[in-house]
Every structure is written in C-alpha cells, then in structure tokens.
Design a protein around this ligand. Structure first.
Ligand code: SF4
Length: 66
C-alpha cells in the first residue's frame, strides 16, 4: 500500500500544501505540515498531486508500505 506523508526534516512551513489541499494537509502549532489522519491514501487526487508538485522543499513523500 502507498502512503502519503510529510518529511518533517524537509518541511519549511510554507503552507502551500495546505492552501492547495486543505482536506489532506494540516499545519501543526509550529507551522509545519502533516497529513491528516485517514488521508494517507489521497495521493491520486488532483489537488494533492498539485500540492506534491508545488512543495518547494520536496517534503511531501510517498512510501510503499506492507
Ligand atoms: S508545501 Fe512543503 S514545505 Fe511547505 S508546509 Fe507543505 S510540506 Fe511543508
């Protein structure tokens, strides 16, 4: 299964992902993005693809899991 996640070591908190796909990404109290629970499989949705492409830090990742 493929899982969407944000690498906290790369995220710089521009919130572009949140602006493009607010139903999938949220921002924590320090301004860094994370994938909302239950939205880890939303990577094929148009606005989520756009968010992945537009992250200037390439912090939005897709991982294959068992
Ligand atoms: S666009 Fe990228 S760097 Fe910016 S908040 Fe989202 S994941 Fe972090």
């Amino acid at each position: 299964m493929t899982k969407l996640w944000v690498d906290p070591s790369r995220c710089q908190g521009h919130a572009r992902c949140y602006a493009l796909a607010p139903e999938t990404f949220s921002i924590d109290e320090e301004g860094y993005a994370f994938v909302i629970e239950g939205r880890e499989q939303s990577y094929n949705e148009d606005n989520v693809r756009k968010a992945i492409k537009n992250c200037p830090e390439r912090a939005i990742k897709l991982d294959e899991t068992e």
